[in-house]
Design a protein around this ligand. Sequence first.
Ligand code: THU
Length: 134
Amino acid sequence: MAARSLTPEERDTLVAAATAARERAAAPYSHFHVGAALLAEDGRIFQGCNVESASYGLTNCAERTAVFKAISEGVRGFRAVAVVTGADEPTSPCGACRQVLWDQCRDIAVVMATTGGALEETTLATLLPRAFEL
Ligand code: THU
């Protein structure tokens, strides 16, 4: 099913949740703090931040943190994800996160925002055309 866009209120709430999650980023190596918030069909919001490792490759992005939290709580069915960074321009989810989001959420709305107030909304199908599915 194609992604449905959010109401302005839903978008604001989701971006606020991702902004709050970003405050909890554990990013001592990159100093690039990322927050994510995943909106479930039932209205619940799951927050995530990036968690870096001294063994750099073990780092987990904010988006995957949010997805894994929701899935591990037994939640299925999602509407949107918001990603917030402190960059000048909105940051889009990395390739690994796009695949994991597709695996668990299929075509959801993706809101990319900055702490400075820039905002873009797109869909996961736009960011990940011809997604891999088993
Ligand atoms: N990062 C995310 O959390 N999400 C993304 O979509 C891109 C990158 C994190 C990983 C790492 O902790 C830091 O940003 C720099 O790459």
